[in-house]
Design a protein around this ligand. Structure first.
Ligand code: HEM
Length: 118
């Protein structure tokens, strides 16, 4: 009886070791080998964030979540809020009245970048 117990314990640990070794040599999954792909968003994704409390804009091929900036924007709120959830390159370039934003604004905008526009 003691012999059977010993043999089954040895067999058990041999099997455990075998599975462990097989796991070590198994090919790595995609998630383990690939570097993460830059996350991109479509205009449909952007359109799902179209309120002042959740405001994304697509500007020059990039997507920005500008929700946190809206209260600080120097125009009347409705001027910028209209562009939440939309492609807003032209509006950004003209401020809707023909004058472009300053380089300070461009730098500020980069801080709200969340991904490329797909
Ligand atoms: C896309 C829609 C937008 C529209 C229609 C818009 C419009 C305007 C207007 C009317 C002004 C005030 C008047 C003026 O300075 O000529 C202004 C100023 C400003 N906006 Fe916007 N804006 C938009 C988006 C943004 C975004 C996304 C940012 C940055 C995250 C931004 C940053 C600024 C800054 C810093 C100013 C002060 C003036 C300057 O530096 O150019 N704006 N914007």
């Amino acid at each position: 009886m003691r012999k059977i117990y010993l043999i089954s314990t040895v067999v058990f640990w041999i099997l455990v070791g075998g599975f462990w070794l097989a796991g070590l040599s198994a090919p790595k999954t995609l998630a383990e080998t690939e570097t993460p792909v830059q996350k991109g968003y479509t205009l449909t994704d952007v359109a799902a964030h179209a309120t002042p409390n959740n405001c994304w804009m697509a500007i020059h091929g990039k997507v920005y979540d500008v929700t946190a900036y809206l209260p600080d924007h120097p125009s009347r709120p409705e001027i910028i809020e209209t562009w939440c959830g939309r492609e807003a390159s032209l509006a950004y370039d003209t401020k809707t009245k023909g004058r472009r934003h300053s380089e300070t604004a461009d730098r500020l905008l980069e801080g709200y970048f969340i991904g490329e526009l797909k």
